[in-house]
Design a binder for this molecule. Structure first.
Ligand code: NAD
Length: 438
């Protein structure tokens, strides 16, 4: 991209053939992340060289490594770790185990992590990692062998001061424990701050498991306040009843909102009088799904998204609100618990219909915020109470929501573009202050 400054804005003029070398033929998610970046960058005063720099990932590592399988054979796996930017601090981001892991997706997700950490003002840059594998087909021992070898291969990137992984798709506290242990074995002493999302007994943080859903709840409350809508009795529909959706649902219910529909991958349930989320959690514990919950009517995921409600919380997966169903969405607020649940085309349609969107990089940033608290506690070997953590999380989420709203009003853009503008401005400012080495 070539850029010129006009009226204090940086204008994107044309696509050059070289500027995105290595990341032009990317995945859908990379294209959409770069498209959003370009749109927001038009509002940011920065030299074109900084614009170019932020469009690229700072460093990328591809590793290919052998793992001994249970049947005695040796299988070779491919893994990645990408740092998008480290100007504001060490890089932070999850590690994903999935057959479809691809370098372009990892680049895009690393870039999103830079913006997410920056929007909520925590001192991190963005990273992401992944291994092409299907954990469903692997035994515990194979998974541990793979994790320890991958952690060793990418250890040139990892450190508490440099790069701190966390769980992502198909990785969890157990895998973080193996990474922490592997890194610690190489150092000769325990280094808890090298990963977050660890179990409590080895330096995890109280409040981490609820943090993303809790952050969604704080954002919904702020959005209601801004739109002068009541908290009591406002209706909520939640797609996805996992770590994010279920917590957001019961915390919103605790605050007086009415949860009228909930779904998971197997289907959904609807009750216009409201669903008792705690009773539903017991049902899910017993049966493994919200489906067949007796105090509601069965509903499909597609129907659920278009229900009349005040707040829709997509908390399942990406690309759920698309050009196909966006015009039928009847919620006044969409609070994005999931990453990338709304496609760029759907985003435009929702905007035309005056739906207020709390974008993912703000709405689900509660998780990385408490990961940051875990890291701080790990560095100091001094642990805080759950109450302290929840209060600090609330302060950060509320302040960040207000910052994004303020930018949205000043620049006359929607919340998604505003969040990105804020993040890009902050990273560009940090780069300017640090200067270009040498
Ligand atoms: P999870 O696996 O715990 O839960 C996902 C839920 O979505 C499950 O109830 C599953 O049944 C449901 N689901 C899956 N496919 C579905 C479909 N097609 N239709 C309806 N429901 C479906 O995952 P999670 O950790 O709750 O993550 C949900 C989203 O939030 C993801 O996009 C994730 O990237 C994002 N996110 C999670 C965190 C976190 O801390 N867990 C942080 C930031 C963002």
């Amino acid at each position: 991209m070539k850029k010129n400054k006009t009226d204090g804005k940086v204008k994107v003029e044309e696509q050059s053939s070289t500027s995105n070398e290595g990341i032009t033929n990317g995945s859908t998610i990379l294209r959409s992340v770069l498209e959003s970046y370009d749109e927001a960058a038009k509002y940011v005063k920065m030299p074109s060289g900084i614009y170019e720099m932020l469009r690229q990932c700072k460093r990328e590592l591809t590793v290919s490594f052998p793992v001994r399988m249970d049947d005695g054979t040796v299988k070779t796996f491919t893994g990645y770790r990408v740092h998008h930017n480290t100007v504001r601090g060490p890089s932070k981001g999850g590690i994903r185990y999935h057959p479809s892991v691809d370098l372009d997706d990892v680049r895009a997700l690393a870039m999103l992590m830079t913006w997410k950490c920056t929007v909520v003002g925590i001192p991190y840059g963005g990273a992401k990692g992944g291994v092409v594998c299907d954990p469903k087909d692997m035994s515990d021992r194979e998974l541990e062998n793979l994790t320890r070898r991958y952690a060793t291969e990418i250890s040139v990137f990892l450190s508490p001061e440099g790069d701190i992984p966390a769980p992502d798709v198909n990785t969890d506290g157990r895998i973080m424990s193996w990474i922490m242990d592997t890194y610690s074995m190489h150092r000769g002493y325990s280094v808890p701050a090298v990963v977050t999302g660890k179990p409590l007994s080895i330096g995890g943080s109280p409040g981490r498991s609820e943090a993303t859903g809790r952050g969604v709840m704080f954002c919904v409350r702020e959005a209601l306040k801004h739109l002068k809508m009541p908290v009591d009795g406002s209706t909520v529909v939640v797609q996805g009843f996992g770590k994010v959706g279920s917590v957001a649902a019961y915390l919103l219910q605790d605050k007086g909102l009415k949860i009228t529909a909930v779904s998971d991958v197997f289907g959904g349930i609807y009750n216009s009088k409201g669903i008792d989320v705690y009773d539903l959690l017991r049902h899910v514990e017993e049966t493994g799904s919200v489906k067949d919950y007796p105090h509601g009517d069965a509903i499909s995921n597609e129907e659920l998204l278009t229900l009349k409600c005040d707040i829709l919380v997509p908390a399942a997966m990406e690309n759920q609100i698309t050009a196909r169903n966006a015009s039928q969405i009847r919620a006044k607020i969409v609070a994005e618990g999931a990453n990338g649940p709304t496609t760029p085309e759907a985003d435009r349609i929702l905007g035309e219909n005056n739906v207020f969107i709390v974008p993912d990089i703000l709405c689900n940033a509660g998780g990385v915020t408490v990961s940051y608290f875990e890291w701080v506690q790990g560095l100091q070997f001094f642990f805080w109470s759950e109450r302290e953590i929840n209060v600090r999380l609330r302060d950060i989420m509320v302040r960040s929501f207000k910052d994004v709203l303020q930018t949205s009003k000043e620049k006359k853009v929607n919340m998604r573009v505003a969040a990105l503008i804020l993040a890009i401005e902050r990273v560009a400012e940090a780069t300017r202050l640090r200067g270009i080495y040498p």
